[in-house]
Design a protein around this ligand. Structure first.
Ligand SMILES: CC(C)(COP(=O)(O)OP(=O)(O)OC[C@H]1O[C@@H](n2cnc3c(N)ncnc32)[C@H](O)[C@@H]1OP(=O)(O)O)[C@@H](O)C(=O)NCCC(=O)NCCS
Length: 205
């Protein structure tokens, strides 16, 4: 599948750098859920950091979403405008939505290469549920990042005490369906051209 875990932890360079960035952006440090950081390593040796999104991620997110292929975009809710991405990063509230990004260090720059998000319902009756979404940049698809990030999100769901994670996927998106089923999601319903998949996270051991 292409990944082996490298344990929890953070590359040395990111701790102070991101804490300073969070401070500069005016976000209270206590709000940044550092416990949701994790580093994995691809078979080719590339180290990938999963971490909660920060308000300072706008440029890297824009670079990722503005360079997705039309094949990837056809499975996503478009368009990804600059305004939409600024809306994400200027309104980070980890209690309402928890976006986790995948970051790699390349020779000359740092790149965001994937994002996954839980959206929580405002209604208290549904607080134990979350909707899930994920995108891996074309340059990094089929390397196991989607599987590893989805598993990381399910681990977070368990730690947060969520009981159910759901998502909708277009029927033709065979790769995504294969990945979700591999991670334990079950088909709950077929709705027109879409499939509703859910995972009972209360049973994950
Ligand atoms: C779907 C997506 C998240 C998967 O992430 P990824 O990092 O590419 O996936 P992985 O490499 O972890 O796993 C993909 C699996 O699908 C398999 N696969 C690839 N193409 C496939 C296809 N056409 N049909 C079925 N399975 C396929 C791979 O072999 C792999 O399975 P394996 O590990 O058992 O070999 C990513 O490709 C993506 O973002 N695509 C565009 C946007 C999108 O579709 N988002 C999801 C919306 S619901």
């Amino acid at each position: 599948m292409g990944l082996r875990e490298n344990g929890k932890g953070t590359p040395k360079s990111i701790d102070l750098f991101h804490i300073l960035k969070v401070n500069c952006a005016g976000v209270h440090l206590a709000e940044y859920p550092k416990e949701y950081e994790k580093t994995v390593m691809l078979d080719d040796g590339t180290s990938v950091l999963f971490r909660p999104e920060l308000s300072t991620d706008t440029e890297m997110l824009w670079e990722m979403f503005s360079t997705l292929s039309s094949e990837s975009l056809r499975f996503l809710v478009i368009p990804f405008t600059r305004e939409r991405i600024e809306g994400w990063t200027s309104n980070i509230d980890y209690d309402k939505a928890l976006p986790i990004i995948a970051e790699v260090q390349q020779a000359d720059k740092t790149r965001i290469v994937a994002t996954a998000t839980f959206e929580f319902s405002a209604a208290s009756a549904f607080k134990h549920k979350a909707m899930f979404g994920i995108t891996v940049h074309d340059d990094f698809q089929n390397k196991g990042i989607g599987t590893a990030l989805t598993k990381h999100m399910l681990d977070i769901a368990k730690r947060k005490g969520l009981s159910k994670v759901s998502l909708k996927v277009i029927t033709e998106n065979r790769r995504a369906i294969r990945m979700y089923e591999k991670c334990g999601f079950k088909i709950e319903a077929k709705l027109g051209g879409r499939i509703l998949l859910t995972e009972d996270t209360s049973t994950i051991t």
